[in-house]
Ligand binder design. Sequence first.
Ligand code: NDP
Length: 236
Amino acid sequence: MRYAISGASRGIGLEFVRQLLARGDTVEAGVRVPSEARLLASLAREAGNRLRIHALDVTEPSSVLTFAANVNEAPLDVLINNAGIGGKWGSLMELDYEDMARVMETNAFGPLRLSAALMPSVLRGSTRKILHLTTRMASLSENNESGVYGFTGGAYGYRMSKAALNVGMRTMAVDFRDKGLITAVLNPGWVCTEMGGKSAPMRAEDSVQGMLRVIDGLTVDNSGGFLDFQGRELPW
Ligand code: NDP
């Protein structure tokens, strides 16, 4: 199967590439600065033509279009919108609106922009799947004093951007259901990466292994969900 993934230079995105190549899939990997994606380049040396590395900044329309022009050459089975940033996590009084706009551009608009650009090849693919990495911190019903992952409040930009992504995904699910598109937002868990930090309890290997199982099992009937890495439904 042929996959495309954004934010493949490190963390969860890089682990997706590693596991997809290990099981024999082909990957179109998008990274902001290809010359700096050394770990990905080392995978490419072994994978040969099953891994192509492209420049991709999901906040730049021209970059997304160039990536899409290359990927749309052939049918694409699965797009994984993985790229994301955390931004500043301060309190209401400390909000930096330029930073929040950047977070929104990356986490909410980026996945929509990339999905639209790659839709032609996804709809020609054998599975027609578009997944988006979200967070449980974007759950409205869990945003209360008990918090998730043991902390409450703050992270306005991050939470808002992923909640916006969740609504965008759900709208996409409805709009493209008659074309057979299968889409979902996936919470990877709290994962030890640059974003997740060193105290995160889960390894990227385990999170990605779980998410790939979930992605493989998705059908039109359960399209449009908010799921964790084990396929459990999360509260919106
Ligand atoms: P990392 O910070 O480790 O990696 C983020 C990746 O996104 C990097 O490859 C980075 O590229 C890329 N990226 C950032 N901005 C852009 C952009 N504008 N265009 C293209 N690529 C970009 O994060 P994780 O691997 O931990 O997170 C992956 C996804 O999972 C994110 O969407 C995140 O929100 C989500 N997530 C992660 C959790 C965790 O605990 N780790 C928990 C919940 C959700 P570069 O190397 O160039 O900076």
